[in-house]
Structures are given as structure tokens and as C-alpha cells.
Design a protein around this ligand. Structure first.
Ligand SMILES: *[C@@H]1O[C@H](CO)[C@@H](O)[C@H](O)[C@H]1NC(C)=O
Ligand SMILES: *[C@@H]1O[C@H](CO)[C@@H](O)[C@H](O)[C@H]1NC(C)=O
Ligand SMILES: *[C@@H]1O[C@H](CO)[C@@H](O)[C@H](O)[C@H]1NC(C)=O
Ligand SMILES: *[C@@H]1O[C@H](CO)[C@@H](O)[C@H](O)[C@H]1NC(C)=O
Ligand SMILES: *[C@@H]1O[C@H](CO)[C@@H](O)[C@H](O)[C@H]1NC(C)=O
Ligand SMILES: *[C@@H]1O[C@H](CO)[C@@H](O)[C@H](O)[C@H]1NC(C)=O
Ligand SMILES: *[C@@H]1O[C@H](CO)[C@@H](O)[C@H](O)[C@H]1NC(C)=O
Length: 633
């Protein structure tokens, strides 16, 4: 019932991160934070036996919804799932917001198979939480009881948690349910460095001496225990070991930080004279560290005092706990004892051996084995934002995915993105972009300059249009810039002159125009591998058009102003000349009226000249009579 007390407002799913979280302390008087999501469900679901509430799957748009075929009896009674076809991209994530910040959570995901004869196959894929890959589904998982889910203990530093599914090319990742259950901040602490740098993935969790699997909830466990799943094993089938159980109360079981249900200690496997040693084996990944937790309580009525049962514990043959006497170490009968130890594996088989001392027998109540996974550092948030803006500006197709973190898990970086670890900031940064020949039709945003660690950009053979952003000139580490065979227009920004590391610059096959800046890459152009051919409008270096006089905008404005000035000057001159002529004319008329004979004589002379001209054109007759005197000036 406690699960239904969480209101819907306390969580939401978004594709993007960014909602402030509530701060819930690990106060055991309160219920821990918990959300359960039934993937693909359109309404909230309640499941037996504890009437667990599963929220409907809303606010998330990636992937497809489908009915689920269940793979094991462990799987919760949920009908739907969400799956991610490869055409939607190889990386797909649930990003769950409004998680109390800085807390410790048990995250559990159940998987199922799409109930559709056409899709009905077992997909294999990888799962990451907050950029750390925690699991790869193994072939045959859908037929093994305890492999239909993955469970891990994680610290969440922010207010959201990203759970991503990574395609490996074997079918479409499909997820049935997601549970995020707060546990004690110190849960499963095994060394002083315990904390944010580690994820513990449950590799095995057994309750011994009973054939019945159970969740903590079925065992009436404390909610702060995280509702662990316990697979029941009656015996280890070693011929003589046997199951025992009790109804007696077990003390010191449900205590911080791990809150084990007391029912866990009410059954056990014990050995006998024929085969005093108990050993347990499991397959593990070599070269990884495992944290092993062993649970004991003396529930055998034959053993009542210290010294009656003493055994050593060996991992892979190495003595780890010497002379374990449960009654002595737990303080009494029917009291819980937990021992933990972390080991580095070298082989594929983990063997836990309980080796009794003379005349004694071994007992074991429960076993937990965790894979210790070092959490990944994430990619610089600023660079992630820049890549997202690049994704939309370039119109990256859906098949790229580009969800979750660009660089981690390292097994699944975004395609087209090269990463480098920056030890100074303990962040991953982007040092290469290779999106050549991808049919991109967008433009280059100036936000690309926020990818300050880029050494190489290849966007060749797309249909990218618009201009080359001058902000590219701030990427001072850039060695290769290949924008060839696109539809870029405008001129080459002068700022590219600041790229002193530039060795390859391919701008050929675009629609660029104007003069090639003289100082590209801070070096003489003929010394570098630069290609500008195939741009009809570019000029200024050998092999291209010659630019003619190099005219800047200012120069062009200057010339226009000069021409205007000359025209005005001409106009002024002509006006002056015309006025002067008028003045002279007037003066002549005045003179003629006073000294007519002289003037007439000259006028007649002029008329004679005009008359000869008039033979060539009637029009000039008027000029001949009126304009004649002009010849005198
Ligand atoms: C799931 O099954 C129900 C009937 O049980 C059916 O009505 C529904 O269409 C199915 N959904 C899908 C996505 O196949
Ligand atoms: C695990 O074992 C170490 C010693 O090996 C101990 O210090 C630590 O408290 C144990 N953790 C828990 C949660 O019992
Ligand atoms: C295992 O633990 C040791 C010691 O804590 C550490 O040096 C090593 O890197 C770990 N190995 C892995 C694979 O995590
Ligand atoms: C176990 O028995 C052997 C011989 O029977 C003896 O030598 C040894 O000391 C005994 N060990 C213990 C721990 O009692
Ligand atoms: C960029 O990609 C194109 C197309 O794949 C390739 O031909 C070219 O060599 C690449 N440029 C550089 C500098 O590697
Ligand atoms: C570049 O091409 C676009 C159309 O694709 C046009 O709108 C723009 O004016 C052009 N810019 C230059 C500088 O020619
Ligand atoms: C430069 O680009 C043109 C095509 O635009 C190509 O034919 C030529 O081989 C390139 N030159 C070099 C040196 O790569």
C-alpha cells in the first residue's frame, strides 16, 4: 500500500533534463522515495500480491508501445512494454526527473519480448545508467528465471536519472518496467571509498533452504531495503547438504543500512558428516571485481553454544574469513550475521567454500554477489548542449539517435562523435565530428564553436547550405576542416586565419564567393593542404579567378561617393558656364544697340557661316538666326 502514497506530481518523464528535485533525506521514519513505471502502459496499473502501483508511461515519445510476452514468473504482472526499433537510433533513454538529489537508489529493469509473431525474438542489448554501462543481456536470457531483469545500486548526484538502452544489432531493445527505489545512503557500503564512484550490479541473490523465490515485500521487509529479489535454492545438490528452517524470531536482521527481512534468516542450508564442506559456484566476468555478502543465523536447534559450529570461508580457494563461529559473532542463536568481502576475479568461475573445522558442519542462510562497476565520468554539459543544437541545425536523421551521453558508456558513443577524456576537468570532451556523406540538409550553427576541443571536422558530401560561421575561427585546436561538396555560400570568414593548427582545409565544391583570406591558418596558402576549387565565385589565389582590384565595402562606398561628387562638380561647372554665357550675350546685345554697324558686320559674317551649315540641316536654321552670336564668344 505504501507505494500508492506517492503522488503522480512527484515525478515526470521528459526527454530533456532540467527540473529541480525534491530533497528527501534518508529519514527512516518516512517512506523512501519510490517510483515504478509500467513501460508502454497508458494508465496506472496495480499488481498482486501487494497491490503495487505502477505508473503509466507518459511524457516519453521515443520507441513504440507493444504488448509483452512474459519470460519468467519473476516478471511483474504487466501487459505492455516499450521497444526501440533500430531505425529510431541505437541509443534510447528514459530520463526520469524530480528524483531527490544526492541519494542512493536501487534501480531495477525488467525485460520482456514483443508479443507479435513478426517481432517475436529475444533481443540482446546493453543497458546504462547515468552513462555507466551496467549490463549486457546474454543470449538465452528470456529462458532463465533470474535473467529477465537487471538490478543495480546507484548514487544519483543530480535530480534526474538517465536509463539508456543501447542496440547491439541483435533485435530491438524492449523494456517492461522501471523501478527506482531509494535505499539507505550507506546501503552495502563495503569500504571507505564507498559512494558515488561505484555501481553495484546484482549478479546473484539467493535465499538458502527454501525453493520459493521472494521479494523483500513478500517477506514483509522494510521499504528501505529496496524490495530486493531473492532466488530460492533448497540445496546446492551436493548430495548431503540439506535445508532447515525455523519459525523463531531472528534478531538484528532488519537494521540499517541494509534492512534485511528476518524471513531471510529463517531458512538455511547445512552440511552433514558425509560432506561437511558447502561450496557454491557461479559464472562471472573475468577481470572484474565482485562484492560478496554472506548471511548467517544459527537456526539449527542442535547448535546452541559457541564452538559447536566453526568454519572457514574461502573465495576461489583463498581463505577470507577464518574460524567463523556464528553464535559467537552474532552474539547468540537466532541472530543475524552479515559478512562481506570484495575480490578481484581473474577467472570465469567464482567459488565460495565453507570449510568446517574438525567435526563441525557449515551453515549458510543467504548469498549476495554484486559486480562492482566504476562509474563513468560524463561529457561536459556545455558540449552536450552544443551537440544538441548541432543535431537540430544539421537536421540529423532519427537513425543517429544521439540520446543520453555522447561519450559514455564508452562502448556506445554517439555515431559521428569522437571523444577524449579531459583529465583536468574530469569530463569527456568532443575532439572530432565525422558526419560526412550523411545526406544532411541543414546549416552550420555558430554554436559549433562551443565544441572547443574539436581537432577535426568532416562534413563533406552533404547538402549543408548557408554560410561558414565565423565563430569557427575560435576552435584553435582544429587541424582538419573538411566542408567540401556542400552548398555553402557567402565568403570564407577572415577568422579562419586564427586557426594556426589547421593542416587540412577542404572547401572545394561549394558555392563560396569573394576573396580567399590571405592569412588562412596563419600560414602562406601554398604551404598547406587547402582546396578551394569548384567554387565559381572564389578568387584571390593561384588557380582561381583573379579578384581584380580588391575592393572592400568601404572602398566601394568610397568610389560611389567619389562618382557622385564628380557628377555634382560637373553640374556646378556647367551651370557656371551657362550663366557666364548668358551674361556675355546680354552684354553683347547692349553693345550692339549702341554700336550697331560694327556689330552688324560681325553678325552678318556669322550668318554667312551659319548659312553654309544650314545646307546640312534645317534644324539649325533657328540656331543660325538666334544662336549665331555664340560663335563670337
Ligand atoms: C494488446 O492486446 C490487446 C488485447 O489484449 C489489443 O486490444 C491491443 O490492440 C494490443 N496492443 C498492441 C499494441 O498490439
Ligand atoms: C562490509 O565489510 C567491511 C569490512 O570488511 C565493514 O567495514 C563494513 O562495515 C561492512 N559493510 C556492511 C554494510 O556491513
Ligand atoms: C578492482 O579493485 C582494485 C582494488 O580496489 C582496483 O585497483 C581495480 O582497478 C579494480 N578492478 C576493476 C576491474 O574495477
Ligand atoms: C583436526 O583434526 C586433526 C587430526 O584429526 C588435528 O591434527 C587437527 O589439529 C584438528 N584441527 C582442529 C582445528 O581441531
Ligand atoms: C571527409 O569525408 C570524405 C567523404 O567520406 C572523405 O572522402 C574525405 O577524405 C574526408 N576528409 C578528410 C580530411 O579526411
Ligand atoms: C546563400 O544562399 C541562401 C539560400 O540558400 C540565400 O538566402 C543567401 O542570401 C545566400 N547568401 C549569400 C551571401 O549569397
Ligand atoms: C581539390 O578539389 C577538386 C574538386 O573540387 C579535386 O578535383 C582536386 O583533386 C582537389 N585537390 C586536391 C589537392 O585534393
Amino acid at each position: 500500500m505504501w507505494r500508492s502514497s506517492i503522488s503522480l506530481q512527484r515525478w515526470q518523464l521528459f526527454i530533456l533534463v532540467g527540473v529541480a528535485g525534491l530533497c528527501v533525506s534518508a529519514d527512516h521514519n518516512k517512506d523512501p522515495f519510490a517510483i515504478r513505471i509500467s513501460c508502454g502502459a497508458r494508465r496506472n496499473v496495480h499488481t498482486p500480491p501487494t497491490d503495487t502501483l505502477w505508473f503509466r508511461d507518459f511524457g516519453y515519445t521515443g520507441g513504440r508501445l507493444a504488448n509483452a510476452s512474459k519470460t519468467s514468473y519473476t516478471t511483474p504482472e504487466l501487459e505492455t512494454l516499450r521497444y526501440f526499433p533500430l531505425s529510431d537510433g541505437p541509443e534510447n533513454c528514459y530520463i526520469i526527473n524530480r528524483i531527490p538529489r544526492g541519494r542512493h537508489y536501487l534501480v531495477r529493469l525488467f525485460f520482456a519480448i514483443v508479443k507479435d509473431p513478426a517481432v517475436d525474438s529475444e533481443p540482446l542489448f546493453d543497458i546504462s545508467i547515468e552513462g555507466t554501462q551496467i549490463y549486457s543481456l546474454q543470449p538465452g536470457w528470456s529462458t532463465v528465471e533470474e535473467q529477465s531483469f537487471v538490478e543495480a545500486l546507484v548514487f544519483v548526484t543530480g535530480t534526474s536519472i538517465a536509463i539508456c538502452f543501447h542496440s547491439t544489432g541483435h533485435g530491438d531493445p524492449s523494456v517492461l518496467s522501471i523501478e527506482i527505489l531509494q535505499v539507505d545512503d550507506n546501503a552495502y557500503s563495503f569500504d571507505p571509498t564507498h559512494g558515488k564512484g561505484t555501481v553495484l550490479r546484482t549478479a546473484k541473490r539467493l535465499t538458502c533452504g527454501t525453493g520459493k523465490p521472494a521479494f523483500d515485500e513478500d517477506y514483509d521487509g522494510d521499504h528501505w531495503g529496496g524490495d530486493r529479489f531473492w532466488l530460492g535454492v533448497k540445496t546446492f545438490d551436493q548430495g548431503s547438504d540439506m535445508a532447515i528452517s525455523t519459525e523463531s524470531k531472528i534478531i538484528q536482521a532488519s537494521v540499517p543500512p541494509n534492512f534485511y527481512p528476518q524471513r531471510l534468516y529463517q531458512s538455511a542450508i547445512v552440511s552433514n558428516d558425509r560432506q561437511p564442506e558447502i561450496s557454491f559456484q557461479m559464472e562471472v566476468d573475468p577481470n572484474k571485481n565482485y562484492s560478496i555478502w554472506l548471511h548467517f543465523a544459527e537456526i539449527d536447534p542442535r547448535i546452541t553454544k559457541q564452538g559447536q559450529r566453526v568454519f572457514d570461508i574461502l573465495f576461489n580457494g583463498d581463505l577470507k574469513f577464518n574460524d567463523v563461529d556464528v553464535i559467537q559473532m552474532a552474539g547468540k542463536q537466532f541472530a543475524a550475521l552479515v559478512l562481506n568481502q570484495t575480490i578481484a576475479m581473474t577467472g570465469r568461475t567464482l567459488t565460495v567454500t565453507l570449510r568446517p573445522a574438525n567435526g563441525s558442519h557449515a551453515i549458510i542462510n543467504a548469498i549476495e554477489v554484486f559486480e562492482v562497476i566504476t562509474t563513468e565520468f560524463k561529457t561536459s554539459a556545455e558540449e552536450v548542449t552544443a551537440l544538441q543544437s548541432l543535431r537540430s541545425a544539421l537536421g540529423l536523421p532519427l537513425r543517429f539517435g544521439w540520446n543520453g551521453d555522447p561519450c559514455v558508456p564508452q562502448q556506445h558513443p554517439w555515431s559521428g562523435v569522437d571523444c577524449q577524456f579531459d583529465s583536468q576537468s574530469s569530463r569527456w570532451v568532443i575532439d572530432g565530428l565525422g558526419l560526412d556523406n550523411q545526406g544532411l540538409r541543414g546549416f552550420l550553427p555558430s554554436d559549433i564553436s562551443k565544441l572547443q576541443h574539436l581537432q577535426s571536422i568532416n562534413l563533406s558530401e552533404n547538402s549543408i547550405h548557408g554560410t561558414i560561421p565565423s565563430a569557427l575561427g575560435t576552435l584553435t585546436k582544429l587541424e582538419t576542416l573538411d566542408l567540401s561538396y556542400n552548398e555553402l555560400n557567402g565568403s570564407i570568414p577572415e577568422s579562419l586565419g586564427r586557426l594556426t593548427a589547421l593542416q587540412i582545409l577542404n572547401l572545394n565544391g561549394n558555392l563560396l564567393s569573394g576573396r580567399v583570406p590571405a592569412n588562412l591558418g596563419g600560414r602562406p596558402l601554398h604551404r598547406a593542404s587547402f582546396n578551394f576549387t569548384g567554387n565559381a565565385g572564389l578568387c584571390g589565389i593561384p588557380g582561381l579567378l583573379s579578384c581584380g582590384p580588391h575592393l572592400s565595402i568601404a572602398a566601394k562606398v568610397g568610389i560611389a561617393l567619389g562618382a557622385l561628387f564628380a557628377f555634382v562638380l560637373l553640374l556646378v561647372c556647367m551651370t557656371c558656364w551657362w550663366k557666364r554665357r548668358q551674361n556675355i550675350l546680354r552684354a553683347q546685345r547692349i553693345a550692339a544697340s549702341r554700336e550697331a554697324p560694327y556689330a552688324k558686320a560681325r553678325t552678318n559674317f556669322a550668318r554667312d557661316v551659319q548659312m553654309t551649315r544650314n545646307q546640312h540641316g534645317q534644324d539649325q536654321s533657328r540656331n543660325a538666326t538666334e544662336g549665331g552670336p555664340s560663335l563670337l564668344t
